[in-house]
Design a protein around this ligand. Structure first.
Ligand code: NAP
Length: 373
């Protein structure tokens, strides 16, 4: 469709639905949206909101992940690695690319779609930034690879590859038809990484729980539902550009994550022994080989090379309509979702300290404190 027509989708709207207890509005004009991916975590939330806003969706994926979710949505089968045939000859108002990790995937899909799709929305990441020794904004330098043809996605290449993906999207669709969203840590119901989920899940187990350093330490997150709302907002408003999408610096602390988790556990699933946070200094965490981020998810000390860890600017997105829900709501809904998961998933989280390691560390910390007198 023509950009002019697309832009006219913005503007007045009609209240009809409710999601999360929040009044929703349908878009002035329903759009046809293609999601590359769509059946995992962030795609699920984008889908739920897009449907509530009256849009029509198509998923493109291999048909492996969550095949039972949203059965009524049109599914195009294919593979970003070599089989895009099912995308040929179709028209959409926008494509949301959730599942691109190497620039070839973006180049191939964007080139095929460009003549018949008005806007390319690429879900990138704040990991594109070259370093976190400073507070980054969208103008900060991004990481680079010596060999840009590398396709192995790991801790070292993920960010620079996503930066190359952004460039590939802009190269095909042009600046005026491309929206790049760089989320921070995405959290909330359906999160398949268990990182944020660790905290409410841990609190629901009750008893003494290790918490990192100082409750005042800053953290940044984005609830997947706020990310979904922002993504759709950019599409409906026809907004181009690059946007960090996360809570602004100073909005949230690890203390709020832990305290809201304990409050939610006491309210939704009171354990036999109420949860109690034991705030453990970074020095003691190091002594116990408890790592930031992997063992203590969401948190890392804002110091040295990491001083800008929780200081990434969200100003541009906030001006473009990003809204951040209260931590209490994110924690409560994440816990409610977690409690409904199968037991095998609940007892084997992919992130955070295992009960055994935590118990051993608590004992060691206690012994060392009593030795020191
Ligand atoms: N999680 C975070 O905290 C975080 C933070 C910042 C940015 N991000 C970004 O968020 C995005 C979304 O992540 P996500 O975990 O929700 O989902 P994801 O891993 O990007 O995508 C899963 C979806 O893509 C499909 N898919 C996977 N490989 C495919 C292929 N080769 N061809 C076609 N479809 C394929 C899957 O369905 P099938 O398996 O059925 O094909 C599924 O629908 C990613 O781009 C990530 O970089 C995540």
């Amino acid at each position: 469709m023509k950009r002019r027509n697309f832009l006219s989708a913005a503007g007045a709207s009609l209240a009809v639905a409710s999601l999360d207890g929040v009044a929703l509005e349908t878009s002035k004009r329903p759009l046809r949206l293609l999601i590359l991916g769509g059946t995992r975590f962030i795609g699920l939330h984008m889908t739920e909101l897009a449907l509530a806003r009256g849009h029509t969706l198509t998923f493109f994926n291999r048909g492996r992940t969550n095949t039972d979710r949203f059965p009524d949505i049109e599914r195009l089968r294919g593979d970003r690695n070599g089989d895009l045939k099912s995308l040929e000859g179709r028209q959409w108002d926008a494509v949301i690319d959730n599942s691109g990790y190497v620039p070839r995937q973006i180049r191939d899909a964007a080139t095929l779609l460009e003549p018949r799709v008005a806007r390319y929305v690429f879900i990138s990441t704040i990991s594109v930034y070259e370093n976190f020794a400073r507070a980054n904004d969208e103008a900060s330098s991004v990481g680079k690879l010596t060999d840009e043809s590398v396709e192995t996605v790991d801790g070292a290449t993920y960010g620079p590859l996503k930066a190359l993906c952004e460039t590939a999207a802009r190269a095909v669709f042009g600046e005026r038809r491309t929206s790049i969203i760089r989320p921070g840590l995405i959290v909330g119901p359906d999160d398949n990484t268990d990182r944020f989920t660790y905290w409410p899940a841990r609190a629901a187990r009750g008893g003494r729980m290790i918490a990192p350093n100082d409750p005042r330490d800053p953290v940044q997150i984005i609830d997947a539902r706020d990310l979904a709302a922002f993504t759709l907002r950019l599409i409906e408003d026809g907004t181009s550009g690059t946007f960090n999408a996360l809570s602004p610096p100073g909005r949230f602390t690890i203390g709020e994550v832990v305290n809201e988790s304990m409050a939610a556990a006491n309210a939704l699933a009171p354990p036999t022994v109420a949860p109690k946070a034991e705030w453990v200094s970074t020095k003691t965490l190091d002594e116990q080989k408890i790592t930031a981020w992997a063992d203590m998810p969401v948190w890392a000390p804002s110091e040295g090379d990491n001083v800008g860890f929780a200081a990434t600017s969200a100003d541009r997105a906030l001006k473009a309509g990003l809204s951040i829900r209260p931590m209490r709501v994110t924690v409560r809904d994440t816990l409610a979702w977690y409690l409904g998961r199968p037991e095998s998933e609940r007892t084997k989280l992919k992130a955070g300290l295992s009960p055994e390691r935590e118990a051993a560390a608590l004992l060691a910390i206690e012994q060392s404190r009593s030795k020191q007198g």
